[in-house]
Every structure is written in structure tokens, then in C-alpha cells.
Ligand binder design. Structure first.
Ligand SMILES: C[S@@+](CC[C@H](N)C(=O)[O-])C[C@H]1O[C@@H](n2cnc3c(N)ncnc32)[C@H](O)[C@@H]1O
Length: 231
């Protein structure tokens, strides 16, 4: 459904309020850049950097920043239709995109006011390491916005690093939400990421992604807004 990513981010920004002045924002796993542009629109003093490892999506995002959206839209099977149209995105001159691995962020500690990682957690090989890296680049009282449908796949993430979705006999009985919450709360898990405070969460935010003209996948993403509580 068009606008799903934007609506999700706007909801997370509301959950994270009050955020204060944002001068440096990161959109990690930015895909085609929709949420990076929304961050720029909502935070008029922010320089926004979107990072991703998919060069095709980054090219699409960069094109949008320069006023043109152009991409092959899958109709069915191997058949694609070229879509090309002009866009005018508020604040796009403050947005840039880099090819960069979310598990090896090349940024100084405490250098970002706001970090968003929407629907990325279940796409990386080491989700816990991702969370630690995101927390590290946040300045004190900065905000971390997470969304995840926990759509685990061994193609992206080895089972032993999944957050939930396995180990039905464990205390969390395979549930993902309490497992993630414990990883984000110091002292609640041996591998907890220190220095974060959960502000608010939502358990089932609807998020759809189009596969082709006869197929759209519907997810229910877990949303979490967190604050960095230590320097
Ligand atoms: C499911 S998409 C979500 C895109 C966007 N955030 C959204 O919510 O629509 C996951 C994105 O993460 C990117 N990604 C996967 N692994 C990554 C990594 N290690 N570093 C940076 N980006 C990664 C993918 O290329 C893809 O664009």
C-alpha cells in the first residue's frame, strides 16, 4: 500500500516525542529512501543520511533526491514496467545516501541525534550486533526508532542469531517481543545492549510490501521507540 513506510515512521516519531532539535539523522537500511525523505521533512534542520547495501535501491533514492523517480516495477514473473516520474520532496537537498553495511557503521560514537532502522532487524546476519551499533552512534537522549515483523529467514540470518522464532522450550517460548525487549534493557539478558531506554512500543503495526501486480505481502510490525540514556 503506497505510503506504508512513511506512516510507520510518522507513528514512530510520535511515539518518540519529545525529540528536540535533530541535526544529524541516520536511516539505516533505507531502501528506496522513503523514510529518509520523511525524516528530512519532519526535521527541518536535519542532515539525513540513508544507508543501505542495495545499490539499485540507493540509485533510486538518489534519483528521487534529485527530482526523478525511475525504477523497474515488477508486473509478473520476469516482466517489469519502467516507471519514471518527477517528484518534489521537501528537504531533499539535506538528504544523502551511502552504500554502507549496517553492521559496520563508519560513524563516531554519539554522533547522531536520531536513528531509524525500519524493517531491517530480520535482514541482517547479526541482529544483536546491529542493535549495539545503532545504540553506539546515538548521542545521549537521542532517539532510536525500530520496526520489525520478525520475518526470519536463514538466507539472511543464521537461526542461532534470530531474536525469537525458535526455542519453544525457552522461557520466552519462542516469542520475539519479550526477547527483543530483554536485549534492549540493560541487565535483563546476558547480551543486553547497554544505554537504551524503551519509551513506547506497538505490537502490530500493519505494513504491506508489493511483490508484483497480483501479490502484496502483509506484515504486522513491532514498533519500538527508544532513547539513549548514557553518553
Ligand atoms: C525490508 S527492507 C526495508 C527497507 C525500508 N527501511 C522500509 O522499511 O521499507 C530492508 C533493507 O535493508 C537493507 N539491508 C539488508 N542488510 C543490510 C545491511 N547489512 N546493511 C545495510 N542495509 C541492509 C536491504 O537492502 C533493504 O533495502
Amino acid at each position: 500500500m503506497p505510503g506504508a513506510v512513511r506512516r510507520c515512521l510518522v507513528r514512530l516519531l510520535d511515539m518518540a516525542a519529545p525529540i528536540g532539535v535533530v541535526e544529524r539523522a541516520l536511516d539505516v537500511g533505507c531502501g528506496a529512501g522513503r523514510s529518509a525523505f520523511t525524516l528530512a521533512e519532519r526535521h527541518p534542520r536535519a542532515l539525513v543520511l540513508g544507508i543501505d547495501t542495495n545499490l539499485g535501491l540507493l540509485r533510486l533514492a538518489q534519483g528521487a533526491a534529485h527530482g526523478t523517480v525511475s525504477y523497474p516495477r515488477r508486473r509478473i514473473g520476469l516482466v517489469y514496467d519502467r516507471r519514471r516520474f518527477p517528484v518534489s520532496l521537501i528537504g531533499s537537498e539535506r538528504v544523502d545516501f551511502w552504500a554502507c553495511d549496517a553492521l559496520a557503521l563508519p560513524f563516531a560514537a554519539a554522533s547522531a541525534d536520531l536513528v531509524a532502522a525500519l524493517n531491517l532487524l530480520d535482514c541482517v546476519a547479526e541482529p544483536r550486533r546491529l542493535l549495539a551499533g545503532l545504540a553506539e552512534v546515538l548521542r545521549r537522549d537521542g532517539r532510536l526508532l525500530l520496526a520489525t515483523p520478525y520475518d526470519w529467514s536463514t538466507r539472511a540470518t543464521p537461526v542461532e542469531t534470530w531474536i525469537g522464532g525458535h526455542s519453544q522450550r525457552a522461557a520466552h517460548r519462542g516469542a520475539a517481543e519479550p526477547f527483543l525487549r530483554s536485549l534492549l534493557t540493560a541487565g535483563e539478558h546476558p547480551q543486553s545492549v547497554p544505554g537504551l531506554r524503551l519509551l513506547e512500543e506497538m505490537h502490530a503495526w500493519p505494513w504491506q510490501t508489493r511483490l508484483h501486480e497480483r501479490s502484496t505481502v502483509s506484515y504486522r510490525s513491532h514498533l519500538l521507540a527508544l532513547a539513549r540514556s548514557e553518553g
